[in-house]
Design a protein around this ligand. Structure first.
Ligand SMILES: [Ca+2]
Ligand SMILES: [Ca+2]
Ligand SMILES: [Ca+2]
Ligand SMILES: [Ca+2]
Length: 690
């Protein structure tokens, strides 16, 4: 008891010390320790709170018990259990209502000497499944039907089992810690290894930086240290607990949230014991910044989330900064019979996490203004770790002056529109989105007249897309039109039916100021529609802006790696392989402005026709073509090999004049590298003549 009476001040002093870097945002996760010397739990809910308040604190269990945390009822809050091994049985005493008294009917599972109990939700119902690790075999008891299956990992003397979602797919991964050596069996396939800590540490796993992937965690003498799997060293540490404590991490012990449980009946006040039956009820009772935790189940409501400017019902104004957390994207279904999944009306600072969202006749999530117009202030939200699928309209639609962070979701099968859409807003204050690490796939109809894109950015919207896997969409992987500004980096964009990326649109003579910086992407196998093929990237003839394309791989697109029909392009340090042409450059009277292209430091390998193909259409009088291919500076040389026709090919009624200085390009063969219709020298000129 001495520690309990004095610990508060001790802990406060510790977390104020210089050793502690920034803790994660409040309420996303918790830390707890179990103290075997007193058989007591100490759990913080909000690690950023000052002063700290324990979410759960007191004696639970008896000498010899093994503590395990998990969500044993599926309400989104971590619960403590102790496992007592006696007489060949392991009895699991869980406390799901957090009164530090065991629930009725404890479960029995495992029980041999040396068994190590753990818990995590393998079967995806939102309830943690009981796990027994026994000498390298993991026995997992499914909460859905009480049957058991096994996994195998580890088994050496000194192996310590750990569970976390290291690959961020929402499914637990099993891991072994052996004196600092980590081996992780990923649910998405494959095995990862790393080194962190040593035999003096106790291992743990927690998504400390809230990026959706569990981080390696080690605990010693009250200090928690965190490291990203595979990279870097300790990125943060936190002081909580003391020598001899058992670290318990991974979820949230947040008991102060507003709770929702589909189908709840009787008294409903949003407490842990008496949750609301609907998300809308919790919204009505929320205050600015409230956390709303949503239990497993199916919610058929159309959830309107209002900002403070909106008086949406008698006496009820909206709120900002609400955090809506589902217990698991595999177990919380937002399935309105009509309307949107979530709609934000001039509501800012929201978090929407861990939901499975469908809508039979509208979008999954829409951000907008108070009245649906694009001229009033919009909404802002962070949309993370959701599975958004089978929506009739957009998976996520960002309208007007709204802003979204869209991170680590799967957004698939939006039937009639696109996975993510941005539209509206004045050019001075457009819709914006940062879209990272999502899978955006199979959206839209095959060859439909509209929609069917992975990401669709229109009307001056500003998009940064990074680290996404964008594939098998019915039209384009990414489309930017009507003065959109795109930054597209480190994505994999593959097997989309038409182009991987297309910029600009409109009829003949349209001026589209859309621009893109496209870097370090893999853009492959696009244009699965058949016919004459499609491009990795197309800059449509209405483009008038300057495009930058650098460090990408363009492979096996069915037509060109890049096609440009108007505007300015600087393409450097890309690899073009197994496309029909690496790059096609075209100018004609249908374009809005000249086509101006510089190509430096690119590799063109095994393209089936030309490496670079320049085409000045017959009768072109309105526009000009200025093409510079390579430079004698070594790093700016292009390299050509294995093309079917020519390294550099031209189509024009007279010789097409290009700037391709002698020594500015290297060719693998001494053959017909430059087509006779090209005039390729080092005099700067445009397509019409010197
Ligand atoms: Ca619980
Ligand atoms: Ca389960
Ligand atoms: Ca996983
Ligand atoms: Ca993480």
């Amino acid at each position: 008891m001495l520690w309990r009476n004095s610990s508060f001040a001790v802990v406060l002093a510790a977390i104020a010390g210089p050793a502690v870097a920034a803790p994660p945002p409040g309420y996303f996760m918790s830390l707890a320790v179990y103290r075997p010397s007193t058989n007591s739990i100490y759990a913080y809910a909000d690690l950023t709170a000052n002063p700290h308040v324990y979410a759960l604190n007191g004696p639970y269990g008896q000498a010899g018990d093994i503590p395990v945390v998990g969500d044993f009822d599926g309400n989104g809050v971590y619960d403590l259990a102790v496992v007592r091994i006696s007489g060949g049985n392991a009895t699991w005493y869980a406390d799901t209502n957090h009164d530090l008294t065991a629930d009725p009917s404890p479960l029995v599972f495992g029980g041999l000497a040396g068994d190590i109990p753990l818990a995590a939700d393998f079967d995806g119902d939102g309830i943690s499944d009981l796990v027994i690790y026994r000498g390298g075999t993991w026995f997992i008891r499914k909460s859905t039907d009480s049957t058991t299956f096994t996994k195998s990992l580890g088994g050496a003397v000194g192996d310590v089992p750990v569970i976390g979602d290291f690959d961020g797919d929402g499914i637990p991964d099993i891991a072994i810690f052996h004196a600092g050596a980590w081996t992780i069996q990923m649910s998405s396939g494959g095995t990862a290894t790393d080194n962190y800590g040593d035999g003096t540490y106790k291992p743990c796993a927690a998504d400390w930086d809230h990026d959706g992937r569990a981080d390696l965690c080690v605990f010693l003498n009250g200090v928690w240290k965190f490291k990203h799997l595979g990279t870097g060293g300790t990125f943060d540490q936190y002081t909580f607990g003391t020598a001899g404590d058992i670290p318990l991490a991974g979820g949230a012990f947040d008991t102060d949230a507003l709770f929702v449980w589909a189908g709840a009946s009787g008294t409903q006040n949003g407490s842990l014991a008496n949750p609301y039956a609907t998300i809308s009820q919790a919204r009505d009772h929320a205050v600015d910044g409230s956390v709303i935790r949503i239990a497993r189940g199916t919610y058929t409501e159309y959830v309107n989330l209002y900002g403070p400017s909106i008086n949406y019902a008698p006496g009820l104004f909206g709120k900002n900064n609400l955090k809506l957390f589902g217990v698991s994207r595999r177990a919380v279904n937002i399935a309105p019979s009509t309307g949107y999944g979530f709609r934000l009306w001039a509501a800012s600072g929201y978090f929407l996490e861990n939901f499975s969202i469908t809508s039979p006749n509208n979008s999954g999530i829409i951000l907008g203004s108070s009245d649906g117009s694009y001229t009033n202030p919009g909404s802002s939200a962070t949309i993370e770790f959701n599975s958004i699928a089978n929506t009739s309209n957009y998976g996520v639609l960002v309208t007007g002056q709204s802003q979204a962070v869209i991170h680590r979701n799967t957004i698939t099968n939006s039937v009639n529109y696109s996975g993510i859409g941005l539209q509206g807003g004045p050019a001075s204050n457009p819709a914006k989105a940062t879209i990272s690490d999502n899978e955006i796939a199979s959206n839209g109809p095959i060859n439909g007249a509209s929609g069917g894109n992975g990401i669709e950015a229109t009307q001056s919207s500003i998009v940064t897309a990074a680290g996404n896997y964008i594939h098998d969409n019915g039209r384009f992987g990414i489309i930017g039109t009507s003065d959109a500004q795109l930054t597209i980096g480190s994505n994999t964009i593959t097997a989309n039916v038409l182009n991987g990326i297309i910029l600009c649109g409109g009829s003949v003579g349209a001026s589209d100021k859309s621009t893109a910086t496209i870097s370090a992407n893999t853009i492959s196998g696009n244009g699965t529609a058949g016919g004459s093929g499609y491009n990795g990237v197309e800059f449509y003839r209405s483009c008038i802006g300057k495009q930058i394309v650098t460090g990408n791989v363009f492979d096996s697109n069915t037509l060109n790696g890049i096609y440009i029909g108007g505007g300015t392009l600087n393409a450097s340090n890309n690899t073009f392989s197994n496309n029909q042409n690496g790059i096609t450059i075209q100018s004609n009277n249908y374009a809005t402005v000249n086509t101006i292209v510089g190509l430096f430091g690119n590799d063109f390998t095994n393209n089936t026709k030309d490496g670079v193909f320049a085409q000045l259409d017959p009768g072109t009088t309105a526009h000009d073509m200025v093409v510079t291919i390579g430079s004698t500076q070594g790093s700016l040389q292009n390299h050509f090999s294995g093309q079917g026709f020519h390294a550099i090919g031209c189509s024009a009624t007279t010789k097409l004049l290009l700037n391709c200085p002698a020594g500015g390009n290297t060719f693998a063969t001494s053959g017909d590298n430059i087509e006779s219709t090209c005039s390729c020298d080092d005099i700067f000129h445009d397509g019409f003549g010197p």
